[in-house]
Design a binder for this molecule. Sequence first.
Ligand SMILES: *Cc1c(COP(=O)(O)O)cnc(C)c1O
Length: 398
Amino acid sequence: MKPTYQQPTERGYYGQFGGAFIPEMLYPNVEELRQQYLSIMAEPEFQQEYQQLLRDYVGRPTPLFEAKRLSAKYNTRIYLKREDLCHTGAHKVNNTVGQILLAKRLGKTRIIAETGAGQHGVATATVCALMGMECIVYMGEIDMERQKPNVYRMRLLGAEVRAAMSGSRTLKDATNEAIRDWISNPVDTHYIIGSVVGPHPYPDLVARLQAVISEEMRKQLLEKTGSELPNYVVACVGGGSNAAGAFYHFLEEPSVQLVAVEAAGHGVHSGHSAATSVLGTPGVIHGSRTLLMQDEDGQITEPYSISAGLDYPGIGPLHAFLADSKRARFISIEDEQALKAVAECSRLEGIIPALETAHALAALDQLGAGPDDVVVINLSGRGDKDLETYIKYADAIM
Ligand SMILES: *Cc1c(COP(=O)(O)O)cnc(C)c1O
C-alpha cells in the first residue's frame, strides 16, 4: 500500500519517520493492537458507540465560531473550532473515549496512562470512571507537586496516581514506569497514550480518533462559507494530537495551508524552548523514529515552555514528516507572545484560551492571510487550568 499523510505504511512509517522501536518484551502487546485496531474501529457497533459518546458525553459537534472582532483586527476571516467546549475542557477526551472502547473490545479490564501536566491523566481517569475500568496513571513526582489540582481530579474520578520517582521525576520517567507496568501486565491491560506519539500504531490510532475535529470543520465551513476548504488551518503542537485532528481531512487538499505552532519558550535559540521542528534531529523517542531535541550523544534535551502541554522534546512522526516534506508550515511562538494572545482573545471574543492554544492564536500575526481568506484556528482547550499562570503574569498582560 502506498503511504499517504493520512495512512502510514503497514509498519507505521510516514516517510522516514515512525515505526515501532520497542523492547522485545513489549512486542506482543503492541502487535496485538496493531493487528486489531483498524478492524475494530471499522465495526459498525464500535462506530455507533463512539459517535454516541462523542455526541452525548463529550458534547460534539463542537461549534465553529466566527470570531468577528479578531477578524477585524487581523483583517481576515477567522473561525475558532471550539474544542475548549469538550467535556474536561480540551480535545484530549476525543482520544480517550475512543481508546477505552477499543480496550473493551480487546478484552482488557485495566487501563494505564502516563501524564505530564495531568490533562491526559484526567481525560483517561474520566473515561475509566464512565466505563467502570481500573485506572492507574503514572506521573512524575515533580509534576504531581506542580499540578496538584489534576492529581486530585484523577483521585476523585477513582484513579490511582502513582509517582514516578526516578530520573528527573517528570513525564519521561512516568512514561518509563507505564511501559514497565505494561510489560508486567500484558494480558489484561491497555496503555492509553495521549498524543500522536509512541510506537506504531499509536500515532495513526490517535490521529484517527482526533480526526473528528476536521471532519466537523469541513461540514461547518460548507455551511458558513460555502466551501468545505479554508485557506489556513492553524493548531498548536505539543506531541501533535489536536493538530493531527484539525489537519486530518485537509492533509490531501494542497490548497489548504496547514500551520503547526510550536512553543519557542524564551526564544528558539535561548536554550529554553520546545521548538522541535527547528532544533530537532532524527532519533528515537517513546518508541518511534521522529524529530527530537537531543545533544550529540543522543541524550534528550530538557524542553521548556510556559505551557505544560507543549513542553515535550519531540513531535509525532506524522508532524516530523509534515515538517520534512514542507506540507505544513511550522511557526514558533515565545512565552510572551502567547500571554499577549491570551489577553487578546479574552478581550475581543470573551473566550479565555488555554496557554497551549494561545500559541496558535499568536501565530495570526505571521500568517499573511488576506481579507478574503478563511482561517480556522483550533481552539484546543480552555484557560481555566492556567489561571494561576495568568494571575502570576497579570501585570504583563492586563
Ligand atoms: C495537551 C494539550 C495540547 C498539546 O497536545 P497535542 O497532542 O499536541 O494536541 C494542546 N492544547 C491543550 C489544551 C492541551 O491540553
